[in-house]
Design a protein around this ligand. Sequence first.
Ligand code: FES
Length: 110
Amino acid sequence: MSPRLVPASDDPIGPGATTPITILVNGDPVDGVLGQTLAGVLLASDTLSWRTTPLSGRRRGAFCGIGVCFDCLVVVNGQRDVRACQRRARAGDVVEFHLAPAPPRSDRGE
Ligand code: FES
């Protein structure tokens, strides 16, 4: 368990009982709790980035966390361009990352 996922018993807010769920991330099972967003499940599993930009190949994950920046896009159950910070995780969701191959250095303007 990641330090980002506070066990319910240690949470000062006292959220009560949680319902565990499991989603598949790039084919690997990842545990979360019902009510978390996909970004929350990914961050709690120590995954900090899950997309690369198409031009520079730079890694992106959750940035704003409120649905504005679109840095957190993932593929969920075959649907592209889902904002992970806005989509609640459901048991059995199949999540794939948007990882574009990095372009040659000459195309990056570096
Ligand atoms: S983190 Fe900005 S839209 Fe999801």
